[in-house]
Design a protein around this ligand. Structure first.
Ligand SMILES: Nc1ncnc2c1ncn2[C@@H]1O[C@H](COP(=O)(O)OP(=O)(O)O)[C@@H](O)[C@H]1O
Ligand SMILES: [Mg+2]
Length: 380
């Protein structure tokens, strides 16, 4: 009996021992697993931290300003240039953009585009710097990118000043050359061998004179110092004056001009700009018209804008050329345009002047039938 009891006790003790061992083993296993998971998490965290540190450093080194916002417009990240340009202080992190950014224009620009996916603005002057702003947004972030165009602008201005100076310098000698050639032409009236050479030289001098004039007009129109001064312009006498200046060519080509402008039509615009636009459009309508053709100049007052159109019955402009005709020096037929005294700058002057007045220019052309240019200028 005692032997049986002892056996049971030993068996129980063995079972308890085995169970205890298993429990300890299991705990150890779990502890190791938890330790392993924690180590992995720590690793991941430390790696992530390095990455964001690296990213922050990289973003502060780039030459563009960056503002990153959360979907509600709270500032999440700014780099040095953005903070400098927009007067954001480091304590502003977490504030709404309209609380952090001190520049009122920039705030209203962001406001206006807050729900758009992408927006690019015309360059803007912020603290003596020319800045191009780009806004992009998705579900999670909104990013404002500020590109500092000041160095490029300086170079561009240098180039523009250079062209303006050279053109002014060339104006006087070319005018003197023209005068001399006209005098020689008069003197050589009875020398038929000399006349074709003199005429050729005069033709070239006239071209140079036109080129200089166009370059000066272009540099004046695009100069930041040129301030628009809108005045009330009576359109009919204004157009008639331009036609008078070009009347020799109209007569030479035997063109019929139809003016559809009411007597009392008035537009409010910068006089110099409007003159440059209409002179160039009418000049083209004459130059590229057929002999005995027609020119129609019309005016319409629309709800918010004026429409002025100049249509001709010339050879038209092939469709493939239409996207390029407003580029500088672009000519559909180079030799033909040059023979007619064209510089390829006329339509770029038209585009620049309408742009500066907040308007737009449209063209419609049919080969063999004619071309219509329409400009739209905002009222007021
Ligand atoms: N009314 C028109 N009819 C046909 N072609 C035109 C007309 N206006 C402009 N063009 C074409 O567009 C080109 C660019 O015009 P523009 O810039 O005024 O230069 P250009 O000095 O040669 O007249 C011209 O060379 C011509 O080929
Ligand atoms: Mg022209």
């Amino acid at each position: 009996m005692e032997g049986i009891l002892l056996g049971i006790v030993i068996l129980l003790a063995t079972l308890i021992f085995i169970l205890g061992y298993l429990v300890i083993k299991e705990r150890e296993k779990r502890r190791k697993l938890i330790e392993q998971i924690r180590r992995k998490e720590r690793d991941r965290e430390s790696k992530g931290f390095d990455k964001s540190k690296l990213l922050t450093r990289a973003l502060s080194l780039i030459r563009e300003g960056i503002v990153i916002m959360d979907p509600y417009g709270r500032i999440v990240f700014t780099n040095k240039l953005a903070r400098e340009l927009l007067d954001i202080s480091p304590e502003d992190a977490g504030k709404f953009f309209y609380q952090a950014i001190k520049n009122f224009d920039v705030v209203s620009m962001i406001n206006e585009s807050f729900n758009k996916t992408y927006r690019v603005w015309q360059e803007k002057k912020i603290k003596d710097r020319y800045v191009q702003m780009i806004f992009g947004s998705d579900m999670d972030e909104k990013v404002l990118l500020l590109i500092d165009l000041t160095p490029m602008k300086k170079y561009e201005n240098l180039k523009k000043d250079f062209i303006a100076n050279v053109s002014h310098e060339l104006k006087t000698p070319v005018a003197a050359m023209k005068l001399s050639l006209e005098t020689i032409e008069e003197e050589c009236k009875n020398n038929p061998r000399a006349i074709p050479f003199i005429r050729k030289a005069l033709e070239r001098v006239n071209y140079m004179e036109q080129l200089i004039e166009d370059l000066i007009t272009l540099s004046q129109l695009e100069s930041v110092d040129y301030k628009l001064s809108p005045v009330e312009i009576k359109l009919l006498p204004f157009v008639r004056n331009i036609l008078k200046d070009l009347s020799d060519f109209i007569v030479q080509k035997n063109l019929k001009v139809e003016i559809k402008i009411p007597n009392n039509a008035e537009v409010r615009a910068d006089e110099k700009m409007l003159h440059a636009i209409l002179k160039n459009l009418i000049d083209n309508a004459i130059k590229y018209n057929r002999d005995g053709g027609k020119i129609e100049i019309a005016f319409k007052e629309l709800k918010n804008e004026y429409e002025i159109s100049v249509c001709d019955t010339g050879r038209g402009i092939p469709k493939s050329h239409l996207p390029f005709i407003f580029e500088r020096f672009y000519r559909v037929e180079r030799s033909r345009s040059r023979k007619l005294g064209g510089t390829g700058l006329g339509l770029s002057i038209v585009k620049l002047a309408t742009d500066r007045m907040g308007g737009k220019v449209e063209v419609e052309s049919e080969e063999g039938k004619g071309t219509c240019f329409r400009i739209y200028l905002p009222k007021g």
